[in-house]
Design a protein around this ligand. Structure first.
Ligand SMILES: *Cc1c(COP(=O)(O)O)cnc(C)c1O
Ligand SMILES: [Zn+2]
Length: 411
């Protein structure tokens, strides 16, 4: 049984029929969100019952928008580990540091959750193909889930998008296009060509179901932390799906009485070369303004005009959080630091979170007793590695080879 009550505009509150293939608010053009009959959800599931279910994005089925018998288009997304990072915490002088390692999802990024859910619902509601503008990982994920259900997909990415994400979309049979500019340029083409093809436009948060996929990170976190919330939560912010989705999950559990207390302080972390949310937050603005000439090697952060700017800024202010911009060199250094101290080769986007912790400490945040959670959104394997020294080559006699290894390894 679906527990969805209706779909609602996040700005003007207009109600929409959840049985239709929806995009944005028909009244004001803003972002839609799915609402549930939480009283009925509370009466239908217990924490103990939940504990017996398989770890997956669909574990908390009652809080997903799926119909009664609807089969998800799935590759096993969700159920990612919550990892304690004691060595990195000690290095940074932080009380308790946790990471949700979303790089362990199919496709190597948390985009699998959002696109898996969006494509599941769109297919059920009649979509015959998909068009997606992307900075990389979303396009790869859309292509993969489209292939999984046998539907065609157009992916439009900026030139210079990390090659693994482009290859991922191509090998899954998508029609992949590159374009000069950013995801914003790609988005304009997608919006025009999707109706011409008769296919569904999966642009970030311009349909209500990708958010429901991202929300499951919040549901999993709540359970994994023992039905508590952390003090601070840092999120690498492009279009902001997690920054809107994770608190949505927390709020629903709070309304059910499964969580109590204040939301964590949410922090948006961006790249210095593309920081519209950081700028709008510092300016006290209500929404973001388009960032000119966005540049960063953290491809997922290269989003010059996020559609959900308003919703993100509202959350950052309501939770007394903040926003931090990180430079390219600091991102690369942080990527090496996380791998060296904890063994996690995370994506550059999420490595920026670690640099942001250092920056926040410099600003005077006291983290000694804080419990901090990082959303590590993707796997570093999908990107060019940061600069590393060439491995030492072994040649010569056996004795020379052994001597070299001893000398270099420093026994
Ligand atoms: C897309 C992406 C982001 C940004 O996510 P948004 O939901 O667009 O804010 C961060 N990290 C990685 C690895 C991504 O692929
Ligand atoms: Zn509206």
């Amino acid at each position: 049984m679906s527990f969805v009550s209706h779909v609602e505009c996040t700005i003007c509150g207009a109600r929409h029929d959840a049985k239709r293939l929806l995009t944005v608010c028909e009244k004001c053009g803003q972002m839609l969100a799915v609402r549930y009959d939480l009283v009925r959800v509370t009466a239908s599931v217990t924490k103990d019952a939940l504990r017996l279910r398989a770890p997956s994005m669909y574990r908390f089925r009652e809080l997903t928008p799926l119909d009664d018998a609807e089969r998800p288009v799935t590759l096993g997304e969700g159920g990612t580990p919550l990892l304690e990072l004691p060595r990195l915490a000690a290095h940074l002088g932080i009380g308790k540091l946790w990471a949700k390692d979303e790089g362990q999802n199919p496709t190597g990024s948390f985009k699998a959750r959002g696109l898996g859910m969006a494509i599941t619902r769109a297919r059920t509601l009649g979509a015959r193909g998909f068009v997606i503008p992307s900075a990389g990982n979303a396009g790869g994920a859309a292509a993969v889930y489209a292939a999984r259900c046998g539907l065609p997909c157009v992916v439009i990415v900026p030139r210079g998008t990390p090659s693994a994400a482009v290859a991922e979309a191509q090998i899954a049979g998508a029609h992949v296009f590159t374009i000069e500019g950013s995801i914003a340029t790609a988005g304009k083409v997608a919006a025009k060509v999707a109706p011409q093809l008769g296919w569904f436009d999966l642009s970030t948060l311009k349909e209500p179901y990708r958010l429901e996929g991202k929300k499951t990170i919040g549901l999993e976190l709540a359970e994994q932390l023992g039905w508590r919330m952390p003090d601070l939560l840092l999120y690498p912010t492009g279009g902001g799906t997690g920054l809107v989705g994770i608190p949505k999950g927390y709020e629903e559990l709070r309304a059910m009485g499964w969580l109590s207390g204040a939301l964590p302080r949410f922090f948006a972390v961006q790249a210095e070369g593309c920081a519209p949310v950081v700028k709008a937050f510092a300016d006290g603005a209500e929404t973001t303004t388009a960032w000119e000439n966005p540049t960063t090697h953290a491809a997922g952060l290269r989003v010059p005009s996020p559609f959900a700017g308003r919703q993100m800024l509202r959350l950052l202010r309501d939770t007394r959080g903040g926003a931090v911009a990180i430079g390219e060199a600091a991102i690369r250094e942080a990527q090496r630091l996380v791998a060296r101290t904890e063994g996690i080769w995370t994506a550059p986007e999420s490595a920026a979170l670690v640099a942001a912790l250092a920056e926040l400490k410099d600003r005077g945040e006291a983290f000694r007793d804080a419990e901090i959670l990082l959303i590590l959104t993707g796997a570093g394997l999908k990107y060019e590695p940061p600069p590393l020294a060439a491995p030492t080559d072994l040649a010569g006699t056996e004795e020379e080879i052994l001597a070299r290894v001893r000398r270099v390894a420093g026994a």
